[in-house]
Design a protein around this ligand. Structure first.
Ligand code: ADP
Length: 432
């Protein structure tokens, strides 16, 4: 007999420091067999769906450390109220941070709130070519500080040694569990964790150069209430809860409604995807940022164009342009204003499309995705099957004013993800 106390509880609670990183983590957990919901910010309501993991997506990577700490603690309290057994602080696989944080300060705050003397940290994600060896982070075949990340506008990473990077931003002593230990398996890792802790180390960076290393790490950290990691470590955790990969984890509600794609990404992969879609003969409309700047109602124009095409298959509305054209517009309007203006327009078009019956929506562009999710009033998404690495279909309830009975299926593709035929392939993978 079931009683109230047998209610399904969330097993793994994740706090992600950015939006597309949250989806990446959720995708890995689903592939390892967990049923996952991603929330946009900290929810105001308890989780009613029977899921194994919740990923709370924050935008805390580059905000002031005190704000990042406050938001992360708020997320922690909400996750604790859902009964989570383990907390996963998801950081970037290139360990993006400034000398002040926010990985260190947030880790310190979460450890303090949970009363923990020790945790592990590793951004290793071999599937994505991020490996850690002797504490040094490699991106592809080069060290982090030679990978281009040394020039990142917000979080330049000039030191590839993660023990030093972490030590510069945490109050705890930082140590290393190196590959010779990881290669020996879970028992050796556990022994090393105990020895480091006895030595006064509070955070241990962990080497991992393959998925096998992450699968050896998984059981060793089963009893740690907190782990700090990129999305790679997720592949080894579901088994600790007795969960195995299964297609059921990715099941979403039945597909319905019309199909559309909106793209505000100008990355090379998206440009090729837009071109491929146009060449397939499907209807596509380019929107012109200069017309938006001139005060024309580009959103209404695009919706009027799309309406007669929608019944016969997916349509594409895109602002995608070659780098030279983007630079020219940015030169006239300023980079920020040009970006924000295009994002607002595309988000308005996405909303208008859903109001016109679109319930299968592909969005291209990381920032563009954030704007669209907000415009659609999406607060949480169930994570489904993967279309391409790092890009799953999701299902979400939307703003009731849109009258999208049964919610929308939506996929949020960040710029350089996906194969050239992504826009057509996405709908094929969703078809019943
Ligand atoms: P990606 O994931 O490829 O980086 P984003 O959506 O994160 O894509 O970022 C693309 C940015 O470029 C957004 O701010 C978008 O509004 C802006 N943008 C899109 N098209 C144009 C264009 N034609 N001219 C200028 N800016 C544009």
């Amino acid at each position: 007999m079931t009683t109230g106390t047998n209610q399904p509880r969330v097993k793994l609670g994740c706090i992600a420091d950015d939006f597309t990183g949250a989806t990446d983590l959720a995708n890995n957990l689903v592939r390892a067999g967990m049923r996952v919901v991603q929330t946009i910010g900290v929810p105001s309501e308890p989780m009613h769906e029977p899921v194994d993991a919740v990923v709370v997506a924050l935008k805390s990577r580059t905000i002031a450390p005190s704000d990042a700490v406050a938001q992360s603690l708020q997320a922690l309290r909400w996750l604790q109220a859902q009964g989570v057994q383990q907390v996963y602080f998801k950081v970037c696989s290139t360990f993006d941070s400034t000398p002040q944080g926010n990985i260190g300060p947030v880790t310190d705050a979460l450890m303090q709130a949970l009363g923990l003397p020790f945790t592990v940290a590793t951004p290793a994600f071999p599937d994505n070519k991020r490996t850690v060896f002797k504490g040094y982070l490699f991106a592809g075949d080069v060290l982090l500080n030679e990978s281009g990340m040394q020039n990142h506008p917000l979080t330049p990473m000039t030191d590839p040694n993660l023990v030093r990077v972490m030590q510069a931003q945490t109050r705890q002593r930082v140590g290393l569990i190196d590959h010779t230990v990881v290669a020996q398996g879970p028992d050796a890792i556990r022994q090393r964790m105990a020895a480091l802790q006895a030595d006064g180390v509070g955070v241990a960076i962990v080497d991992a150069i393959s998925n096998d290393d992450l699968l050896r790490l998984g059981p060793a950290i089963a009893d740690l209430p907190l782990v700090v990691a990129g999305s790679g470590v997720a592949i080894g955790l579901p088994a600790n809860f007795g969960i195995e990969p299964s297609s059921q984890a990715a099941e979403l509600p039945p597909v319905r409604g019309l199909k559309a794609i909106v793209s505000g990404s100008c990355s090379a992969a998206t440009n090729a995807q837009v071109l491929h879609f146009i060449q397939s003969g499907r209807p596509a409309l380019a929107i012109d940022p200069l017309r938006i700047a001139a005060g024309m109602d580009v959103c209404a124009e695009a919706l009027a164009w799309a309406e007669p095409h929608l019944a016969s298959g997916p349509v594409l509305v895109y602002s995608t342009a070659e780098p030279r054209d983007v630079k020219a517009i940015q030169g006239r309007l300023g980079v920020e204003e040009a970006g924000a203006m295009v994002e607002r327009t595309i988000a308005g078009i996405a909303r208008g499309l859903v109001a016109r019956g679109v319930q299968q929506l592909v969005v291209a562009g990381g920032e563009t995705s954030g704007a669209c999710v907000q415009a659609l009033g999406i607060e949480r998404m169930r994570i489904g099957g993967q279309i391409d690495p790092g890009v799953p279909w999701c299902h979400a309830p939307v703003d009731p004013a849109l009258k999208a009975e049964g919610g929308v299926h939506i996929t949020l593709k960040s710029g350089n993800f996906g194969t050239t035929d992504f826009f057509t392939k996405a709908f094929q993978t969703l078809a019943p």
